[in-house]
Design a protein around this ligand. Structure first.
Ligand code: SF4
Ligand code: SF4
Length: 70
């Protein structure tokens, strides 16, 4: 399971999490934020920034490996 879980009922589509994710691990699909599979570095920032408390990050999971040249 992806370390980032987004509650679609609570997400208002503001895009803040997409803008602030340092790993580009979130994207907008329509008016909802979605995780990019395998990209999350488990930093937890998106959970802190979401004004609608729609994101939960499982900090116990291992971060995705940083791609060469990224
Ligand atoms: S936990 Fe960090 S790396 Fe993962 S989606 Fe949120 S902001 Fe991006
Ligand atoms: S910050 Fe929260 S409300 Fe805004 S797009 Fe991301 S998950 Fe949705």
């Amino acid at each position: 399971m992806d370390p980032v879980q987004i509650n679609e009922r609570w997400c208002k589509g503001c895009g803040i999490c997409v803008a602030f994710c340092p790993a580009h691990a979130l994207k907008m699909e329509g008016d909802k934020s979605r995780p990019v599979p395998g990209a999350c570095k488990v930093c937890g920032l998106c959970e802190l920034y979401c004004p609608d408390l729609a994101i939960t990050v499982d900090l116990g999971q291992k971060p995705a490996k940083i791609a060469k040249g990224a």
